[in-house]
Design a binder for this molecule. Structure first.
Ligand code: C2E
Ligand code: MG
Ligand code: MG
Ligand code: MG
Length: 285
């Protein structure tokens, strides 16, 4: 609106818009080659049991290190990958790498954990998706119950299209979770019909849960609803001990966040398996 008032000239030469477009084109250009040039890396962040702070799972989170552009966050390039369709080969690489790594950890004798992989809309609705998961599990030898797919509410918005795919995936024996729960169009009505076993409460609700009464109310409602429906719950973005304690008081069984560990490369993540990640090094109450 402001730009419009200032006239067409200003709009055309708006440097920040220009910069944004340039950056976006740069990302698109380089993303095309990122997989084959080996610029993508998977990091892993533990999902812990709140009772003993030991990992029960790891979420795989993609990282892109470009020799000239530096580190580019998934928040910036995943949407571009979605729009351009690059997410299909990228997502295939992520799934392969995550399953291969989890199988490797098991073969190395670590306490087995579930590996979670973020799935974007374009991937989920790809007609070959389910089949590719079957092949992947076969190829890597990972048993299906050690794999979890994280899908956002947005992806499942069109319930009638999503449901048959979710059922196919469930029939394979893999786990399904709803990521960033509470930020999308929460179709509570469908929650019990979806073949989903877990909700990941978005980090925005966890922030200051110990002092923010609105956040406490939301999270404790989600927890009691989940108990009724037989769903597991993970609290995302736990950064402070006070938040962890508030979550435990409300009966939250699983948590993830910087309090326990940042996302780390596989070599580091392997060392966390079977360890208690409670930051103060003491047994949790
Ligand atoms: P997400 O799936 O909700 O992942 C959680 C994000 O929260 C990650 O950001 C993680 O680093 C961050 N996080 C974890 N603990 C804390 C905490 O205590 N405090 C704060 N402030 N943040 C925390 P990241 O790695 O930048 O990823 C952002 C988003 O990009 C992910 O959100 C996911 O939607 C997407 N993404 C990441 N990797 C992949 C991938 O392999 N495939 C797809 N399709 N999307 C991905
Ligand atoms: Mg996720
Ligand atoms: Mg999330
Ligand atoms: Mg998120």
């Amino acid at each position: 609106y402001e730009a419009k008032q200032q006239g067409r000239q200003t709009q055309v030469y708006n440097p920040s818009l220009n910069e944004q477009l340039h950056r976006r084109m740069e990302i698109e250009l380089h993303l095309r080659k990122a997989v084959e040039l080996g610029q993508l890396k998977l990091y892993y962040q533990p999902i812990v049991s709140t009772a003993n702070a030991r990992p029960v799972g790891m979420e795989s989170l993609i990282r892109w290190f470009h020799p000239e552009l530096g580190a580019i966050s998934p928040g910036e390039f995943i949407p571009v990958a979605e729009e351009t369709g690059f997410i299909v080969p990228i997502g295939r690489w992520v799934l392969e790498e995550a399953c291969r790594q989890n199988k490797q950890w098991q073969q190395d004798g670590f306490t087995p954990i579930v590996i979670s992989v973020n799935i974007s809309s374009r991937q989920f609705y790809d007609p070959l998706f389910t089949e590719s998961i079957v092949n992947l599990l076969h190829r890597t030898g990972l048993e299906p119950h050690w794999l979890e797919l994280e899908i956002t509410e947005g992806v499942m918005m069109d319930i009638h299209t999503a449901l048959p795919i979710l059922k196919e995936l469930q029939a394979l024996g893999i786990n399904l979770s709803i990521d960033d729960f509470g930020t999308g169009y929460s179709s509570l009505k469908y929650l019990k019909e979806l073949p989903v076993g877990k909700l990941k409460i978005d980090q925005s609700f966890i922030k200051h849960i110990d002092s923010n009464v609105v956040h406490t109310a939301i999270v404790s409602s989600v927890l009691s609803m989940s108990r009724q429906l037989g769903l597991e719950v993970v609290a995302e973005g736990v950064e402070r001990v006070e938040e962890l304690n508030a979550l435990r008081e409300n009966g939250c069984v699983f948590a993830q966040g910087y309090l326990f560990s940042h996302p780390v490369p596989a070599e580091v993540a392997g060392k966390l398996l079977g360890e208690s990640l409670y930051p103060l090094g003491e047994a949790v109450r």
